[in-house]
Design a protein around this ligand. Sequence first.
Ligand code: HAM
Length: 440
Amino acid sequence: MSQKLVAVKGMNDLMSPQIEIWQFVERTAREMFGTWGYSEIRTPIVEDTALFVRSVGEVTDIVSKEMYTFEDKGGRSITMRPENTAPAVRAYIEHGLGQQPVTRWYYLGPMFRYERMKTGRYRQFYQIGAEAYGPADASQDVENIALAWHFLKAIGIQHVTLHLNSLGDAPDRPKYLEALRAYFAPHVATFSDAAKETFERNTMRLLDTKEEALRPLVAGAPVIGDFLGEAAKAHFDEVKALLTTLGIPFVIDRTLVRGLDYYTRTTFEFIYEPPAGDNALGTAGTVCGGGRYDNLVRELGGPDKPAVGFAMGLDRLVLLLESLGTRLERRPLLFIATMEPELKAHAVKLVTELRMKGLAVDFDPRGGKFKRQLDRALAVKARHFVVYGQSEHEARAFKIKNMDLPDGDPNKEATVPLDGLAEWLLNAARVAPVTTPPGS
Ligand code: HAM
């Protein structure tokens, strides 16, 4: 017996009626990110494994446990990108963009992490990200954060809170690490082997441990905010002041360290925090994460260029929009049924002409009985229905039924001449758009 073939665990097929929400989010992102001065970058799905080890960090969960790493046929170690900040930096360096004072990029595409799955957490998931290279100024951080904030609003997401922290500069770290090690040291004997290794190799990563047993200890650990140097402190103050000027609310979250090693100074997350009882994302509530990474370009072999960026989880945004009742499936404006084989060519020609005018018109290529075609029209949720029969063909006029109105409604049926059909449909589309945007 042949084995049933199914998608790889944690990787989803995306299709209607959800795909229309995906397309709406993607369309809005392309429009809006473009307006904000970000142009698209598309990098390959796979990269040299070393890129992620050197940027995300060897002792992070992403690199140590979650990467899809393979040897290709040439014996090279390649990895399916678990995130896109490092690939974008690689491209920035490779194409010599350090010559430009400011480079702003956005990207949209699949990422891969071998994670434990749950609602809102998948092994192939999609990110929309935005990265800005060049300016070190706090106004660049805030522009980036404001883009995320306004984008979430534009697609109709509510109840997200901006969590903000600063991780300081590289010179601020040694003192902090010393304090952190001193804090954890008396407890190391009780740690799991994995936690012991994290303590030894990258103590700060203990702060985003997924080990429940460690959480109470982590909660009392020293926070980096108490170790910021003057420059980082002033930068953070300006970020907060500018956010306030722009009317973007935030909460300071002194434990927000993020799960990747490259961050410096500002870090932030947008977390879905709905009123009690209706959390569509469960515990996967972070819809966006980002921050500054002022040393990464240099560390990967490029010029000394500060940078800041974020990435949003598209799967989570779509889940949220769905939970808010967003329905965007395309409905045909008109379904043309024809039962008579000799009229088929006329009907197909009419459907084609109307489609070429931008009108969503459908028909059933199987032909056949009236009932079958009506059922098909109902299945595709056509707004209007017409029979193209011999008498309609001769009279060059149609009796069009509005499928959304109940029988007996005075507007249920309209007689429309063939010559005026396109205009009549255009008008019908204006009166009731085919899609319902969120929040309407
Ligand atoms: P990240 O926090 O690892 O950051 O991921 C960003 C967002 O991607 C998360 O907030 C979440 O919405 C989504 N995400 C992550 N993992 C999954 C998953 N397994 N399933 C579904 N959604 C997921 C980064 O990736 C950084 N590169 C962000 C950045 C850009 N920092 C600076 N520039």
